[in-house]
Write a protein that binds this ligand. Structure first.
Ligand code: NIG
Ligand code: FE
Length: 391
């Protein structure tokens, strides 16, 4: 029957009070209390608002010219080594004013909201100096307010080595650990600290220094791990009780075991896999067997995933990675929330934030099935409908 496997309640009612779900269940069982206002969503499906737990959606410019070079045969790593890649977006982002960054990033955030996202994680990492990183984090907060999205900000100072530290890697890691992380923790500008542990970015030893500083300052960690090669980053992340390890195409068996042991989430980014034309997939079956929760995210960024569509990420999780649609949807709701360390969102239960997506579908599998269809009827963010707030 429609909705089997999703924990669906047919002919349901949801009561909302003070921005939270006060009650949810079969409409015939609903409490007799008189509601101030009743709305019929007859014929629609309601899911938790989508949680996109890994994005870099604040940045200036784009990298279409590099993409064109890749289409003609250059690899992502070659472009990065030649000073392009992440560094070309760093140049643009440093030069942009905060207002510019907000203006350029807002359409991406609005596109996400129009596809049912209510919470989005946004990483810094295209500033790579204290002022520019803080500018990105402030821009992320503003973008969230304007697009009516809850933003979970992440500090990614360890995204790549900035050119001015080319001859002195250790000094940049010092700057992250001794200057940036303390300020970010003190001013609560980020909820977590991420790093890119990879041959073209930071070594496991450098990553560990960043994790140690984050932990000292009370910030949770997460990691871009095993995307292009196996640096055993997931194992390092597990040692620091990371929220998640993300990408994971080259994750080994020891990495799976370490993630399971420490209760981490595996964040899968199938649109980046697609865009880079990767062929090696993350070890999905091994992760399932080890009961590691699987989250799905867009990785929205100018280099490896110029994708502002959560529903395309869900489709690719199914078509490219072989997830079942109910598994994929859980990856962008329940497990996306878990990857952000949030227990107040991601499921429809009494007591949770009333963040809902209302869909024009006849079965929830359609959320993973259509590409480019217009499926969203409405969103509720902390109990307020987009229709009342004129989005
Ligand atoms: O998640 N892997 C590192 N970071 C991004 C790419 C960022 C970029 O190329 O601008 C990613 O794939
Ligand atoms: Fe990423």
């Amino acid at each position: 029957m429609a909705g089997d496997g999703y924990g669906a309640i047919r002919d349901a009612a949801i009561a909302i009070a003070d921005g939270h779900i006060a009650w949810i269940g079969a409409a015939k069982d609903r409490p007799k209390t008189v509601a101030r206002e009743t709305r019929s969503l007859s014929g629609a499906w309601v899911t938790p608002g989508l949680v996109d737990c890994h994005t870099h959606l604040v940045f200036a410019g784009n990298r279409a010219p590099e993409w064109e070079m890749r289409a003609k045969g250059a690899t992502y790593q070659e472009i990065a080594r030649a000073g392009g890649g992440i560094l070309s977006t760093v140049r643009g982002t440093r030069a942009a004013t905060e207002d510019d960054l907000v203006a350029q990033s807002l359409p991406r955030a609005q596109a996400m909201a129009r596809q049912g996202v209510t919470t989005v994680e946004i990483k810094s990492g295209y500033g790579l100096d204290a002022d520019s990183e803080l500018k990105m984090l402030r821009a992320a907060a503003k973008v969230g307010t304007r697009a009516k999205l809850n933003v979970s900000p992440t500090f990614l100072g360890a995204h790549t080595l900035p050119p001015e530290y080319k001859e002195n890697r250790a000094a940049y890691v010092d700057l992250i650990c001794e200057a940036m992380i303390p300020v970010i923790a003190r001013d609560r500008l980020a909820e977590a600290v991420d790093a890119f542990c990879e041959t073209i970015a930071f070594t496991p030893e450098e990553t560990e220094r960043v994790f140690a500083a984050a932990t000292t300052h009370g910030l949770r960690v997460k990691l871009h791990a095993e995307q292009l090669s196996n640096s055993r980053g997931a194992i390092l992340a597990a040692k620091y009780s990371a929220l998640s390890a993300d990408h994971l195409e080259h994750l080994c068996d020891d990495g799976v075991a370490a993630m399971a042991q420490s209760g981490m989430v595996a964040v899968l980014l199938p649109t980046a896999f697609y865009f880079l034309r990767e062929t090696r997939k993350p070890p999905i079956d091994a992760l399932r067997r080890a009961r590691v929760p699987l989250a799905i995210a867009t990785d929205c960024n100018p280099g490896t995933s110029p994708v502002a569509s959560p529903l395309i990420a869900l489709n690719m999780a199914c078509t490219l990675y072989g997830l079942a649609p109910d598994e994929a949807l859980a990856g962008m709701t329940r497990n996306g929330a878990k990857a952000l360390g949030r227990d107040d969102i991601g499921t429809l239960e009494a007591g949770k934030s009333a963040d809902l997506a209302v869909w024009r579908v006849s079965d929830p599998s359609e959320l993973c099935y259509w590409i480019g269809a217009d499926l969203l009827l409405d969103r509720y963010v902390r109990g307020r409908s987009d229709k009342e707030t004129n989005t």
